[in-house]
Design a protein around this ligand. Structure first.
Ligand SMILES: Cc1cc2nc3c(=O)[nH]c(=O)nc-3n(C[C@H](O)[C@H](O)[C@H](O)COP(=O)(O)OP(=O)(O)OC[C@H]3O[C@@H](n4cnc5c(N)ncnc54)[C@H](O)[C@@H]3O)c2cc1C
Length: 170
């Protein structure tokens, strides 16, 4: 998508990522700092991060959900270990319940961030133009969403089967 604006949209806080961490941060901001202007920039078109990306059969948490879940919206199921779909739905339902969905800019990938001491603001460049904020909160996870790590193995070319990366399950 081409850059559509040149003047940055102004916020107090920008959160990058609408996974479990970004939704948690947004909830805290909304509850504790109600007047604060904030938005979540999310590169994907759905919430959930990890639990939206990984779709291989049997993907699930290894922590119990009573621990992994939000303290402000406890996990109510009897099942402690559940599949990725259930975790994604839980994150999405939480975002909806607390009015966080309208704060999310889906399809907005943060490309770079630069700090200005003169204005005491971050400028965050995205594929939809620049955004500015006083505080930048990175909840962007710990792996590359675009290209997962792909090692090579000796004699890999002799393997007749299909090699599938878990981040790109067909
Ligand atoms: C199979 C699997 C099982 C796991 N099980 C557990 C478990 O049981 N317990 C546990 O504690 N952890 C587990 N993890 C780790 C899991 O990743 C974290 O628990 C948690 O989901 C991370 O949440 P997060 O919001 O910090 O990051 P993520 O879920 O990675 O979300 C990051 C979000 O940021 C967005 N983003 C990234 N870069 C940009 C950018 N430049 N611009 C805009 N948006 C961006 C992404 O699109 C994504 O939506 C597991 C991971 C995997 C892969």
């Amino acid at each position: 998508m081409a850059v559509s604006k040149t003047e940055p949209e102004q916020f107090d806080v920008l959160i990058v990522g609408a996974g479990i961490s970004g939704i948690d941060a947004a909830y805290r901001l909304k509850q504790r700092c109600p007047g604060m202007r904030f938005a979540i920039l999310e590169a994907r078109n759905r919430v959930g991060g990890t639990w939206d990306l990984f779709r291989y059969p049997g993907v699930r948490s290894d922590s119990d959900m009573f621990t992994l879940g939000f303290p402000f919206r406890p996990w109510r199921s009897d099942l402690a270990i559940v599949g990725g779909d259930a975790i994604r739905s839980y994150i999405e339902d939480t975002a909806r319940e607390f009015g966080l969905f309208e704060r999310i800019r889906f399809g907005h990938a943060a490309k770079s961030a630069s700090w200005s001491t003169a204005t005491a603001r971050w400028t965050v460049e995205t594929n939809h133009g620049p955004f500015a904020c006083r505080f930048l909160y990175l909840a962007s996870g710990y792996y590359d969403y675009g290209q997962g790590y792909r090692p090579s193995w000796p004699d890999e070319d002799k393997f007749a089967g299909l090699i599938v990366h878990p981040q790109a399950w067909p």
